[in-house]
Design a protein around this ligand. Structure first.
Ligand code: PMP
Length: 398
């Protein structure tokens, strides 16, 4: 019956992670998958999240289905986190928010909704982007193209080229943009660049779809919400998928959301209705447990303050790893510039290593980064950072 079913090639990131698990070498270093590890190499259980979970379990009652759109307390906490509780768009009820199955689920619900209501729009992804973006949007029937983003020559953004490309897009094109901590490059737009995009988005009638998977890992929880707040302040319509996988270290609980900022409350109500329809025919309604933990952390003032401090600690630890990596590389290869490790934001760095060099790093030194040269800086710690930098220096030296 299933003779014609092809073997799944596997997801490149998850496959590399599996290869790492099977590697028998004692000194192996995993910098492949996008997960934050603490200095002991463990996925942290944040005390704020633990306390919230205990409170949720303590208060647990019967488990009815959640509504299709998710729990009301989760949804309003997400709006407050992304836009600020007092933001006029929140107050006016013109944001439609659902609790997704992770932000991947939010992206999928958004992709389905856009396919139905913007059937002729193409989706434009940054070059490069997280591989799954293309998979999700193509899976919903979209045609995906790219816009210029990363400049390997400067290690920065090709902003002029990006702007020119946006100016040439057909009206109602969907532009998928990383709100902060760009995956895979770690290179973000500056606030001024976001501001410069606003008139182009307005005049060309583009539809931004923001992806905020690393809130708090860039410059801070509030600071990293700059882009959605700017677009909302400017009265633009857009979508934003957001995640708690990294910011609350809740990967397996699949907590995230999708918010669609609309011109008025009437449109938002209809958009929410259609988001519910997309959910109903897809997975019916989201799970309860993780979302209740998130809502508790976000709305309990003590837990919220604790969480903000924990996120700051994770962010600062990554920064200090960036500095240590940079310093060893500069010492080993004095003629080269490694400043990009310091200016990049979030969990990831584009190292500039070629696929062959990434392969050498793995086979000769047991250091796992993606073939694209993407390294998860959050996998570094005080015990492996030097070995990593030395291995990279050896590979870069040729
Ligand atoms: N967007 C980006 C850019 C990501 O890197 C990730 C996770 N790797 C996601 C979305 C999905 O996150 P979630 O766990 O919330 O589905």
């Amino acid at each position: 019956m299933f003779e014609h079913v092809d073997a799944y090639a596997g997801d490149p990131i998850l496959s590399l992670n599996e290869a790492f698990q099977k590697d028998p070498r004692a000194g192996k270093i995993n910098l492949s998958i996008g997960i934050y590890f603490d200095n002991d190499g463990r996925i942290p259980m944040l005390p704020s999240v633990r306390a919230a979970e205990l409170a949720v379990v303590e208060a647990a009652g019967p488990r009815p289905y959640l509504p299709m759109e998710g729990a009301a307390n989760f949804r309003s906490a997400v709006q407050a986190l992304l836009f600020g509780a007092d933001h006029p768009a929140v107050q006016a009820g013109r944001i439609a928010t659902i609790q997704g199955v992770g932000s991947s689920g939010g992206l999928k619900v958004g992709a389905d909704l856009l396919k139905r209501y913007f059937p002729d729009s193409k989706v434009y992804l940054s070059d490069p982007t997280w591989d799954n973006h293309r998979a999700v949007f193509e899976g919903s029937g979209h045609t995906c193209e790219t816009y210029p983003y990363y400049d390997p020559a400067t290690g920065g953004v090709r902003f002029d080229a990006l702007l020119q490309s946006f100016k040439a897009l057909p009206a109602r094109s969907v532009v998928l943009m990383h709100a902060c901590c760009h995956n895979p490059t770690g290179v973000d737009l500056t606030q001024d660049q976001w501001r410069a995009l606003v008139p182009v988005i307005r005049e060309r009638q583009l539809l931004p779809f923001l992806d905020l998977a690393y809130q708090g890992y860039g410059d801070g929880i509030e600071e990293d919400a700059f882009a959605p707040r700017l677009l909302a302040d400017e009265g633009l319509s857009f979508l934003i998928a957001n995640s708690f996988s990294k910011s609350m270290s809740l990967y397996g609980e699949r907590c995230g959301g999708l918010s669609i900022v609309c011109p008025d409350a009437d449109q938002a109500a209809r958009v929410l209705g259609q988001m519910k329809f997309m959910i109903r025919r897809n997975y019916s309604n989201p799970p309860m447990h993780g979302g209740q933990i998130v809502a508790k952390v976000l709305t309990d003032p003590k837990l919220r303050a604790l969480w903000e401090a924990e996120v700051a600690e994770m962010r600062e630890r990554i920064q200090s790893m960036r500095h240590q990596l940079h310093d060893v590389l500069v010492a080993k290869l004095p003629g080269r510039n490694f400043d990009y490790f310091l200016t990049q934001r979030g969990m990831f760095s584009y190292t500039g290593l070629s696929p062959e060099q990434a392969e050498r790093l793995k086979t000769e030194f047991g250091v796992y980064i993606l073939r694209s040269g993407r390294m998860c800086v959050a996998g570094l710690n005080t015990r492996n950072v030097e070995a990593t930098a030395e291995a990279m220096a050896a590979v870069l030296a040729g």
